[in-house]
Each structure stands twice: as structure tokens, then as C-alpha cells.
Design a protein around this ligand. Structure first.
Ligand code: GBH
Length: 471
């Protein structure tokens, strides 16, 4: 990796928002404390073979008990914003009924600590921890039926969002409804490599619609409440987005990109911003016997205006519309949408490193949707080593961050209204199905002692922010 020293990022204004991000289940631990009930992740982690080494979030970074210390760490980084998620089963155990005062109290204290250090809280209501009681089915054999494929879950989510907003809306301006509904729907219900681990494409597509409906119901309630109470509000949703680039200029490859972009991006952004599902994607779904369970009025709810779109970016992908043997149809006769590996540097997740794709993505979003964006997650896992001096010289991560921040500046220069950048993640944490094996933090966590150590990338980030602000 090339050596990199901190310098101001040209093209990013002093008011540009800088942050670090985390998610409740990945850092909090205290899984059974103060009334919290299990989420689908607590259950999934206990199914043999689902998570590397059978790990889980019972303790994680023990953030629930170390929160003030962690806020000091955030302050030391010099960021102005902290993006974190609320744990639904902590705030509303079991996913129904009244709020749990002890659960809310933790987040009130977190907001106190942030306010005391002039750090803006940026709340995500849902980062994948659905209360298990709302799922009902699980992958150990009991009949599936609930969860996001069920319409009722959208209403349950809106009710939980109202409880959270009631408690914190007077002090927190930035609200994100969902983190990455594509992951919740596709990884959770079609591919099964995330909780709840179901594998039914039709269920996944029903989940897409109900996640979006839940977003819309929550967004409408929060907007109305904020207006009635005179609260400042910046409301949004976060999507995981990439780019789809054709391998060749063949019509098959162009079609593969249309399909990939449709399933990954337009299926969410068109209803959110334009109030209609994209017709070509609906037709693609019909080919696979899947249908979005839309009822009258749903799209008006889903397209409740948002103020900001959160973009989580990790990589762009090259696509081919034919099999390796050159056939445009797969074994079931369906058109081929095949990711093609390139000879590019990769992270420890084996993801290709593609910073210019972030520029293309942000510029494309500006052109097609015209919503202001914030990069709510970007970062990388690498094989960190602790040197003899006790330091973590993660030049690869610094390079990754520097190149992607430069890509954001390039997007702004090309006219995209990108307002902030949040590094994923504040600290090493429970990386879902990969357990504690993959480290995305700019701060190292020693899971034996829970000691936190700033990696070189964190120091570089701190210095870069300071220089870019001109202070
Ligand atoms: C985010 O999701 C999550 O919000 C966060 O909790 C998590 O810790 C972080 O990423 C790191 O994983 O099939 O090779 O093309 C990331 C969602 C979706 C990103 C799938 C990569 C494609 C990988 N991911 N995506 S690949």
C-alpha cells in the first residue's frame, strides 16, 4: 500500500459532515439486560453453521457498558456526527406493546454524552435486529410466516418508530428509518446468509414491499409529529448501493446491468422518490413468479418525502449477461445476471476495491433522483496486525478511505449534492455472519480486554477532517 499523509481534501467545504457509524447488535452486547428480548440475529447466531465459529453479539464490544468511554473516543476523532442504530427489542421488547423505559434510557444517556461533546446524533431505527417474536418462523424448522414478508410487520415497525421518536425526537434531528432494506429482504429471506435465514424468493420480494411500506409509515408519522411539535427534522433512509458495469458492449451484458441495477437500486429508489415501482423490474420479478404485494395507497405512503438519502458504498461490480459457456439463459431458462471478477486489489472480505464507482454512483443518483445524499457507510476490512510498538499500521485501510473520500469530492465537483461521509466503522465489531473475524474498525478492539486502540487510519481520518475544515 502506498504511504499516505493527511491533507485537506480539496473540494469538500468546511461545513461538510464527517462521521463514524455503528449498529446496535454489532457493538452493544448486553443482549439480555434491562428487558431486551432476542432479535432474529440472536436466534440466527445459535443455528449451527450460520456464523463463523458460532459467534454472536452477546458481548460484542460491550458498548452498552462502555458507552461514555466510547463517546470520548468519538470526540477524540474530531468527527461532528455519530451514526448509530437503536435496538428495537431493547426499546420495545417482543416488538409489541409499550416502550421499555430502561431501553430508552440507554439511548437518552447516549444522546446526553454526545450533546456534551458537540457531536450530532444520527439515528438509524432499524439495522437488522427484528424482534424474534415478530418473525415466528425460523430456519430450525418451525413454520415460517411472520417477519418482513408479512404486512403486519410494517405496522409494527411504524409503531416502534413512533415510540422511539416520541422519546428522542425533541433532541435528535437526524432520523434514518431503515439500514439497507435490500440486505434485510434478499440476504434474510432469499439467500438465507443473514437472519432469519429463510430461502424463498417470493418471501424476499414481499419483504421488499413491506420494508418500504414500514419506512413510509414511520416517515409519515415522524414528519407529522415533528411538524406538530416544531422539531427540526432531517429524515431519510439508507440503501446499500453499488454500480453495475457491463463486461462487454454486447446487448446481453447491457441487459444484465439493467437487471442488476433494477434489483439493487431502482426497485427501492423509484417507489421512494418517484412513487412507482419500475415496470421493467416488475416484469423481471414476474418471470420468477414473484410479485410485490401492493395495495391501494401504499405507494403514496412509501413516497413520503425524504430530506436525505443515505448511501452505503462498498464496491462496484462488473456484470455479464451470459454464462461462462456463453449461454444467455441459466439452468432454469432465466436470463443470466453474472458478476464477473476483475483483477483488482481486494479487501479481506474479498470485495474488489473500486473507488471511482462511488463517484459514478453519486453523480448518477443526482441525475436520476436529485436527492441530497450522505455516504452513511464506507470502509473496509483488512488483516490488521498489532506491531511490536502496540500500534496498528493499517496503511491499506487509510488508502481505501482516502481514495473513497477523494471519490466523494470528485462527485461533488461533478455536481452531486453529497453532504457528508461516515466511516464504517468506529471500531471493530460483530461482522454478522463473519463473526469477529473481519475487522472494519478505524479503532481496534481487543476482545479479550475490550481495550480500544486508534489504528493509523483513525489518526489519518482525524487529521484529514481537521485540515479539511481549515482548523
Ligand atoms: C453493511 O452492509 C452493513 O450495513 C454493516 O452492518 C456491515 O458491517 C458492513 O456493511 C460491512 O459488511 O457479493 O461481493 O458483491 C454491507 C452490505 C451487501 C455489501 C452485499 C457488499 C456485495 C458484496 N453488503 N455487498 S458482493
Amino acid at each position: 500500500a502506498r504511504a499516505i499523509t493527511a491533507a485537506a481534501v480539496p473540494g469538500l467545504p468546511p461545513g461538510f459532515r464527517w462521521g463514524v457509524a455503528t449498529a446496535a447488535y454489532q457493538i452493544e452486547g448486553a443482549a439480555a439486560e434491562d428487558g431486551r428480548t432476542p432479535s432474529i440475529w440472536d436466534t440466527y447466531c445459535r443455528v449451527p453453521g450460520m456464523v463463523v465459529r458460532g459467534e454472536n453479539g452477546d458481548v460484542a464490544c460491550d458498548h452498552y457498558h462502555r458507552m461514555p468511554e466510547d463517546v470520548r473516543l468519538i470526540a477524540d476523532l474530531g468527527v461532528d456526527t455519530y451514526r448509530f442504530s437503536l435496538s428495537w427489542p431493547r426499546i420495545q421488547p417482543g416488538g409489541r406493546g409499550p416502550a421499555n423505559a430502561k431501553g430508552l434510557d440507554f439511548y437518552k444517556r447516549l444522546v446526553d454524552e454526545l450533546e456534551a461533546r458537540d457531536i450530532t446524533p444520527w439515528i438509524t431505527l432499524y439495522h437488522w435486529d427484528l424482534p424474534q417474536e415478530l418473525e415466528t418462523g425460523d430456519i430450525s424448522g418451525s413454520p415460517a410466516g411472520g417477519g418482513w414478508p408479512a404486512r403486519d410487520t410494517a405496522h409494527r415497525f411504524a409503531e416502534y418508530a413512533a415510540l422511539a421518536y416520541d422519546a428522542l425526537g425533541d433532541r435528535v434531528k437526524h432520523w434514518t428509518t431503515l439500514n439497507e432494506p435490500w440486505c434485510s429482504a434478499m440476504l434474510g429471506y432469499a439467500y438465507g446468509n443473514q437472519a432469519p435465514g429463510r430461502q424463498d424468493f417470493g418471501d424476499a420480494i414481499r419483504a421488499v414491499h413491506h420494508l418500504l411500506l414500514g419506512h413510509g409509515l414511520a416517515a409519515r408519522h415522524i414528519r407529522e409529529t415533528a411538524a406538530a411539535r416544531g422539531h427540526e427534522l432531517e429524515l431519510g433512509i439508507t440503501l446499500n448501493l453499488g454500480t453495475a458495469t457491463p463486461e462487454t458492449d454486447s446487448p446481453e451484458d447491457a441487459e444484465a446491468c439493467r437487471r442488476a441495477d433494477g434489483m439493487g437500486r431502482r426497485l427501492y429508489l423509484d417507489p421512494l422518490v418517484k412513487g412507482a415501482y419500475p415496470e421493467d423490474v416488475v416484469a423481471d420479478l414476474a418471470l420468477r413468479n414473484a410479485e410485490l404485494p401492493v395495495r391501494d395507497g401504499d405507494l403514496a405512503v412509501i413516497s413520503t418525502p425524504i430530506d436525505v438519502l443515505g448511501v452505503n458504498f462498498y464496491r462496484g461490480t462488473l456484470f455479464s449477461g451470459v454464462t461462462e459457456e456463453g449461454s444467455p439463459a441459466d439452468a432454469e431458462g432465466l436470463p443470466v445476471t453474472r458478476g464477473v471478477e476483475r483483477d483488482l486489489p481486494r479487501t479481506a472480505m474479498d470485495w474488489e476495491i473500486t473507488p471511482t464507482a462511488l463517484t459514478d454512483l453519486l453523480v448518477g443518483l443526482e441525475e436520476e433522483y436529485g436527492v441530497p445524499t450522505v455516504v452513511t457507510e464506507n470502509g473496509a476490512a483488512f488483516e490488521d496486525t498489532v506491531s511490536e510498538d502496540g500500534q496498528i499500521h493499517d496503511a491499506d485501510r487509510t488508502t481505501y478511505l482516502a481514495d473513497h473520500i477523494a471519490a466523494v469530492a470528485a462527485a461533488r465537483a461533478a455536481g452531486a449534492d453529497v453532504r457528508g461521509y461516515f466511516a464504517w466503522s468506529l471500531m471493530d465489531n460483530f461482522e454478522w455472519s463473519y463473526g469477529y473475524d473481519k475487522r472494519f474498525g478505524i479503532v481496534r478492539v481487543d476482545y479479550g480486554t475490550q481495550e480500544r486502540t486508534l489504528k493509523d487510519s483513525a489518526k489519518w481520518y482525524r487529521d484529514t477532517i481537521r485540515l479539511t475544515r481549515g482548523r
